[in-house]
Design a protein around this ligand. Structure first.
Ligand code: ZN
Length: 175
C-alpha cells in the first residue's frame, strides 16, 4: 500500500462541504457522531493518542482523555480518517496510535513510513485546518508567525495544538 495524501485531503474537503462547515473551529465531534461512529474518551497511557476499530458492525473511536482537548481533536480526526479511508484494515484488528511522535517524520522514517498514518494525518490536518480557512486567517493579517505567540493564537482559533499548526504551516502534512 502506498500513501495517497492528496486523496485523503480531498476526502476531508468533501466532508467539510457535506457538513456545510463555514468556519473554524471545525465541529469534529458533530461530524463523527453524524457518521454513526461512537466516540469514546478514556484515560490511556500517555504515549497513546487514540484508536479506531469496528465492533459488531459499529465504528468506534477511542481518544486519550488525559491529553489536552485540542490534541484530542486531532486524535479524533486522525481516527476518523482510518474509518473513512481504511475501514477494511480496522475491520480486521484494532488500530492503536501512538502519540504525536507519529507526526515527526524523522522519527517515523526510522521505523519505515506507514502509509496509513501519512494519509490519516493528511486527512486530519485538512479537516481541522482546512486550506481555505487557513488562507483567510492568514490573509486577515495581524498574526506574527515568526513568533510563538502568533502560532499559538492561530492554533487556538482552529482549536488544534501549536505543534500541529506549526507542522501544517511548514507543509509537513503534505507528504
Ligand atoms: Zn493512525
Amino acid at each position: 500500500m502506498i500513501a495517497k495524501p492528496e486523496q485523503a485531503r480531498e476526502r476531508a474537503r468533501t466532508i467539510l462541504r457535506d457538513f456545510g462547515v463555514k468556519g473554524v473551529p471545525v465541529p469534529i465531534e458533530r461530524i463523527i457522531k453524524a457518521k454513526n461512529i461512537v466516540l469514546q474518551y478514556a484515560p490511556l497511557d500517555e504515549d497513546l493518542s487514540g484508536m479506531a476499530y469496528i465492533k459488531d458492525g459499529v465504528g468506534i473511536i477511542g481518544v486519550n482523555a488525559l491529553h489536552h482537548p485540542n490534541r484530542q481533536r486531532f486524535s479524533a480526526a486522525h481516527e476518523l480518517a482510518h474509518h473513512e479511508l481504511h475501514a477494511e484494515v480496522i475491520q480486521k484488528a484494532v488500530h492503536v496510535d501512538k502519540g504525536f511522535r507519529v507526526l515527526l517524520r524523522d522519527d517515523v522514517s526510522s521505523q519505515g513510513i506507514d502509509p496509513l498514518e501519512i494519509d490519516a494525518n493528511a486527512f486530519a490536518a485538512e479537516l481541522l485546518m482546512p486550506q481555505e480557512f487557513l488562507k483567510s486567517a492568514l490573509d486577515a493579517g495581524g498574526l506574527d508567525l515568526e513568533d510563538d505567540a502568533g502560532i499559538e493564537a492561530l492554533a487556538r482559533k482552529f482549536r488544534v495544538s501549536a505543534s500541529a499548526m506549526r507542522y501544517r504551516l511548514a507543509g509537513r502534512f503534505q507528504e
